[in-house]
Ligand binder design. Structure first.
Ligand SMILES: [Zn+2]
Length: 265
């Protein structure tokens, strides 16, 4: 190949950015050129392989999620930006490395951690982002012509929401404008779910110890205001279904089916 390195870089960037729509910051372009064109035969398959191999999954500043083991067998999801990269022992790299081992993150709700890259999750993976206007504003408030406003950081006149962000684990939703649909705001949604989990700890522990608490007796039909502990438990489970331990959730499902059947009979 007679092309100079500069020419090859330009050509590689055309392929990566213009043809394939990739972010060039996230690729080791020289590595791709070396593997695909200098050492490789330049075929499509070899190009694809090289691009894959030289993808940079994480950069400093990227928001990530770590899974932290808390007491009593709880796991918690914590979010924060990558502050720097570390060696296996936790020490700093003295120069830039293509494949760092671990990242240092300092999430808001936990102590700081050095976490192997293999254990990090891109924060965006934890959210579903919906942008179709009709979906974002489905059931919107009548007093505002059916349009939801952004609940991000604005003064008294927030703009219309353009995205519906769903926290996959909890199903909790928030609507943002494009400017507010940031990792920080999304992490805030997940942090709220974490706070609900922490606040419900005793209920979750009780249900783990005895899942049948959720199928206990209902209030006397003449005294429905006088809720039983099982009624309270079921009301809670209806609001926070993602926090119900699996065996209790299964029993509750069966209980609801039995209730429906007895009403139908
Ligand atoms: Zn906004």
């Amino acid at each position: 190949m007679g092309a100079s390195m500069r020419e090859m870089r330009e050509q590689a960037l055309v392929y990566l950015v213009e043809w394939e729509g990739r972010d060039p910051q996230r690729y080791n372009v020289d590595g791709i050129i070396r593997d695909a064109w200098i050492n490789g035969n330049g075929s499509d398959a070899v190009w694809k392989e090289s691009v894959e191999r030289h993808h940079i999954r994480f950069l400093v500043g990227d928001w990530v999620r770590i899974t932290v083991e808390a007491e009593d067998g709880f796991t918690e999801h914590h979010y924060g930006p990558i502050e720097n990269f570390r060696k296996p022992g936790g020490s700093f790299y003295k120069r830039h490395v293509a494949k760092p081992y671990a990242a240092f993150v300092h999430p808001e709700y936990t102590r700081s951690h050095v976490v192997p890259l293999a254990d990090l999750v891109e924060e965006i993976n934890d959210f579903e982002i919906i942008t179709e206007w009709s979906e974002v504003h489905k059931g919107g408030p009548q007093h505002n012509y059916g349009v939801y406003q952004c609940i991000g950081i604005h003064g008294p006149y927030p703009p219309p929401a353009t995205t519906l962000v769903i926290h996959k684990v909890s199903g909790r939703k928030k609507r943002f404008c494009d400017a507010c649909n940031t990792p920080q705001q999304r992490a805030g949604l997940a942090d709220e779910a974490l706070m609900y989990q922490r606040n419900a700890k005793s209920t979750i522990l009780e249900l783990r110890a005895d899942p049948t608490l959720i199928t206990g007796p209902t209030a006397d039909p003449g005294r429905l205001w006088d809720k039983t502990p099982a009624d309270e438990c079921r009301s809670w489970a209806d609001v926070f279904p993602w926090l119900v331990p699996a065996p209790a959730a299964e029993l509750y499902k069966q209980w609801k089916e039995a209730q429906r059947a007895s009403v139908a009979a």
